[in-house]
Design a protein around this ligand. Sequence first.
Ligand code: UFG
Length: 356
Amino acid sequence: MKNNRVIVAGGAGYIGSHVCVDLINNGYDLLVIDDFSNSSPESLNRVREITQLTDQSRLGLLQADLASPADYQKIVDTIKLYKPAGAIHLAGLKAVGESVAEPGRYYRININATHTLIDGLDQADGRMIVFSSSATVYGDHNKSPVDETGRTGPTNPYGQTKFFIEQILTDTAISNPHWKICNLRYFNPVGADVSGLIGEDPNGIPNNLFPYIAQVAIGRREKLSVYGDDYPTPDGTGIRDYIHVCDLANGHVKALNFLEQDGNNGSHIFNLGTGVGVSVLDAVKAFEKASGKKVPYEIIQRREGDIAEIYADASQANKILGWQATRTMDDMCRDHWHWQSQNPNGYGDIKDDNKL
Ligand code: UFG
């Protein structure tokens, strides 16, 4: 009988919670490992609500820090006891600017977390990992659409950790042919589950475009700063490949299904994007249309480290995994707005409600 148990490291986060929903809907049983350093346990309650989970044992939780030596043994022992088929690995720090200011912290946490997970899975005989890598590993070296053979060269410590972890996982698969690895290079995830119950809830001032636009639309911030309109793009603003987080989540299920098949040992890389490039001003217009709100903006200077344009060639994921993004920019804006307008302060509202 197929082993349906999967560890979801970082499962309470923005992408992780959407991955949990899709895995549960596809019959998997989960053990989430999360320290809630950049997430809320409430997201897992919402996952239970969305999936109408009656058997609570299908979504277990270990609150622990995968990067902490103090938690190492507890985590490895718990994974051994759980006996999973493998893991989805989304645990780590992800703020580009912060990684430039605190590189040691980024290297230590993101890489140590990976080693703990590898050790636990190795000892549990569950040698399968789907890893949340990033298009950031391509840096500024390629003409878009970029495929998986594109030149790599991340431009900041956060991106370097993604690149190094891909290497660590690949070397692990070389050392022991039982290992099965998928490195998923995400483009720019946005949107939310159609229920509006889970979504992105950044700490403090958002770094990324969509959460910032959404907070302007809801009135939490006055205006968006557009980082430069002098790029060599049609309207001068940066072009990215925005992908609906539910399409992205489904890519993990498809990757897991692929690894489960006999013979797919070793390490694989897949871009997950739509293949469509959208400018900052296009995104603002689409969000205004979906929300019915004005999003005031001003053009300021370029943000250091930004590139003009990147979008995916995701044909490998289509060919090998049978995966394709199906949701449009309008869907992304509608669902992002639905989440934001139902939860103006993210999961923070829950903490406040509990005080009453
Ligand atoms: N932008 C603005 N104003 C803002 C925020 C962003 O104009 O307030 C612009 C950026 O200059 C860029 C675009 O919007 O042109 C997208 O910026 P994001 O910060 O949303 O996304 P990035 O493409 O810079 O980076 C994201 C993630 C990284 C990931 C990378 C993969 O933040 O974690 O995509 O390419 F690695």
